[in-house]
Design a protein around this ligand. Sequence first.
Ligand code: SF4
Length: 214
Amino acid sequence: MTSRKLGVADATEAIEELEAHYPNAGYYLNFRTAVDLVAAAIISARTKDTVVNAVTPALFDKYRTADDYAGANPKDLEAMISRVSFPSRKAGNIIRTFRIIVNDYGGKVPDKREALTALPGIGSKTANTILINAFGIAAGIPVDTWVLRIAYRLGLSVEADPDRVEADLEGLVKKKYWKNIAYVMKAHGKELCRTSAPLCDECFLSGLCMRNGV
Ligand code: SF4
């Protein structure tokens, strides 16, 4: 099947439909502070949200500040996140990240995308997520596996590389939707645009959707 793309008007309509159908969609990891969110976001790579949200309460109680994480014993931290994937690597990334935050930013999580993506374990998606949810800044659209799949199927992007998909979306989607687009897409992916068997006959976007790959 040839991949096809939506124009700006149809893309805007699709996003507005998603917003209207999932008014309660929002970020799915629990956190209290920007420090919590950085730790949770690093832990969340290739790990289910429910697992992340199950391990973070104890973590957030033990490590409250950037200094706490920067001085953490790697084995202790690894043990606390042993249920997530790659706990040793993620514990190391958390400690290294917070050492940089302590040394270079006085213990405050930076609110610039370039500063965040320079930290260990933080790429574009995570940086965009932190900026949106900790600071209310829409510097970019977080592109996760839900966004990749649904953007492609709908025809918002025909790319597979997350950075290219992000660029396509940011060219098509009004900035006022950047903060929530990943979360309405995830809601749609769970309800109708399922991974292996999308429910296209029931989908409110079927009249717009390019159904790429379906
Ligand atoms: S029509 Fe099908 S492929 Fe397109 S968004 Fe709806 S469920 Fe997904």
